[in-house]
Design a protein. Structure first.
Length: 592
């Protein structure tokens, strides 16, 4: 779609090559010529836009003005999606921007440091000031999530907030924290301070997990005009994980003195829906009984330690009751959409699909949703899985500006890395990987091992001092070490397929060890595959393309990718589903 260059302010120039990208509009299929609205020019955060950015922003802007609620932008790496998001966030503020990781939150903040954006993170990212007064060592043990502010209001912390106005009116000079709540002290808890700033900020950036918790429980953040969902291909997975009902067996025993035996759970599993409902209602009645006891024993206004403990318990039990009520509501709506999984320490009720719940948990907290991702892959399925109203959707697809020769893909046609073949074929792959490492001996690289099993095998059997890896708990620490190092390190990881930017010399080559199929031993995944056969290849291709994109982050960058698993070539040649799902830019990058 061509857009004429508009008159712009003197500090914005060089709006050239606005038609550089191939933009496919699945709504009209028409090409029109029209000027860039002044509102976009006024709110664009940089002096010079990348080719095509103003064009994309204008199309989204006009779709919003026409009344579309859901805008789906599939834009390849290099289009500058964060700049598009920042411009629209300013135009339609107040705005939420949701990202996958804390690193992406910080990236937004750094890229747009002069735009007044606020980042809000969970308690575990802040030290408890009250605790640190008493103990100066081992600070990591005294995060706010384990400190004195683990309860919501009226906690015994002089740096936090209370519902009643303090006697010392000078505290009002530091402003109200949350509506009718007030600061206790002129020195503020770092967690509550950044949250208060976010609540009153026009544009607030949160990760998905924290945002959904805030939207559905404390409700401190009110509905906003625009919700920008970055890395939007993850939304279904994020909502699915959030709404599952996890019941800790230890918590039941501690809170309501109920001990569940494995044979009882097996019987509940066997009997099905009716037994599930009876089981949850039984737990509910126990919590209701405990809540009544606590309310009767709470001395309103008392600041004694025992009274504060009772208030904290009351809050926790009330939230637990809310979780059970929500689950019962959804179970009654669609009993066939839930499964029960019994593990050693916990019982899980998990949904198979979330299309009926996504609006309640996320989309209702805004007037307009902008979904952004490089890997929507199939807009029709994306809409279906999120339960979006077709009449309210506007879709845009933008090709990546990167040249295929800058990020080539080399396929190996020898090793089928199917799980049943791993024991036989994994040893044979070692010499191939060693050759790749030697070819790139002076460059940093990333090996996507896909699983910890493969990760451990390669670390054990590749005799190369350049290799480093991580565990669950130190992933961010090792990634930071890898990024900062000047040595030609090679990072092995089963979990760097997205949310990681490794431009230029941070990563010059990648190895994708095997195709990233979802784990079929997971009961939830297994049932989903039976219910929707298209979902399994979709997830595989999504993870593959996301992995491929980690090392090529700019138009003047380059990164070589090697795929060890021979099955990709077979699927591309023989499967109509994979042929459709794999993007053209990926196919063009494959070296013959």
């Amino acid at each position: 779609m061509l857009i004429e260059k508009a008159k712009v302010k003197s500090n914005i120039n060089n709006f050239n090559n606005l038609n550089a990208f191939n933009i496919s509009n699945s709504n009209t299929g028409k090409n029109e010529k029209r000027p860039i609205p002044n509102e976009i020019i006024d709110n664009f955060p940089f002096e010079n836009p990348r080719s095509g950015q103003l064009e994309i922003i204008t199309e989204i802007y006009e779709a919003i003005e026409k009344g579309y609620k859901f805008i789906i932008l599939e834009a390849g790496t290099g289009t500058g999606k964060s700049v598009i998001a920042a411009t629209l966030a300013k135009i339609y503020s107040p705005t939420f921007i949701l990202t996958m990781t804390k690193q992406l939150q910080e990236q937004y903040l750094n890229d747009f440091e002069n735009e007044g954006f606020s980042v809000v993170k969970g308690r575990r990212n802040f030290n408890c000031l009250s605790k640190l007064e008493d103990i100066k060592n081992n600070k990591d043990s005294y995060r706010c999530d384990t400190g004195t502010c683990s309860e919501r209001y009226n906690f015994q912390c002089k740096y936090g907030i209370i519902k009643q106005a303090p006697d010392d009116k000078t505290f009002f000079s530091s402003g109200h924290a949350f509506g009718k709540s007030y600061w206790r002290n002129l020195v503020h808890c770092n967690y509550w301070q950044q949250k208060a700033e976010g609540i009153y900020s026009d544009i607030v950036i949160m990760n998905y997990d924290y945002a959904m918790f805030e939207f559905n429980y404390p409700h401190d953040f009110k509905k906003r005009n625009l919700l920008i969902l970055d890395e939007a291909h993850n939304i279904e997975k994020k909502i699915m994980g959030f709404i599952e009902l996890k019941i800790s067996k230890n918590t039941l025993e501690k809170d309501i003195k109920v001990k569940i035996r494995d044979d009882e759970i097996k019987n509940i599993q066997k009997e099905g829906y009716g037994a599930w409902l009876s089981f949850i209602n039984f737990i509910k009645r126990k919590y209701i009984k405990e809540i009544k006891k606590l309310r009767n024993n709470i001395d309103i206004g008392s600041k004694s330690q025992s009274n504060l403990i009772r208030e904290k318990k009351l809050q926790d039990f009330t939230e637990e009751l809310d979780r059970y009520n929500r689950f019962i509501k959804y179970l009654k709506q669609d009993k066939k959409n839930w499964i029960l999984i019994n593990e050693k320490e916990s019982i899980y009720f998990k949904p198979i699909t979330i299309d009926k719940y996504a609006n309640d948990y996320l989309f209702k907290y805004t007037d307009i949703c902008l979904f952004m991702s490089a890997t929507i892959l199939d807009h029709r399925q994306f809409k279906k899985w999120l339960g979006l109203d077709n009449k309210k959707i506007y879709s845009i697809k933008v090709d990546s500006p990167f040249k295929a020769k800058k990020h080539p893909i080399n396929l190996n046609n020898t090793f089928n890395m199917k799980y049943s073949n791993l024991k036989r074929n994994a040893p044979k792959t070692l010499s191939v990987i060693e050759d790749i490492l030697k070819l790139h001996e002076n460059e940093k690289g990333l090996i996507h091992t896909i699983s910890y099993q493969c990760n451990n095998f390669l670390m054990k059997n590749l005799a190369n001092g350049r290799l480093i890896t991580h565990k669950n708990k130190n992933r961010e620490e090792i990634l930071s070490k890898f990024e900062k190092s000047k040595k030609p390190l090679v990072l092995l990881s089963p979990s760097m397929n997205e949310g990681v930017d490794l431009p230029y010399d941070k990563c010059r080559f990648q190895i994708i060890y095997k195709l990233p199929f979802p784990n079929t031993s997971d009961k939830q995944v297994n049932i989903r595959i039976k219910k929707d056969k298209y979902w399994y290849p979709y997830q595989t291709v999504l993870n593959l393309v996301q992995s491929y994109g980690r090392g090529m982050r700019a138009e003047d960058d380059y990164c070589q990718t090697y795929i060890i698993d021979s099955r990709l070539k077979t699927y591309m040649e023989k499967s109509s589903v994979y042929k459709k799902l794999i993007p053209d830019f990926f196919k063009k990058a494959i070296v013959d």
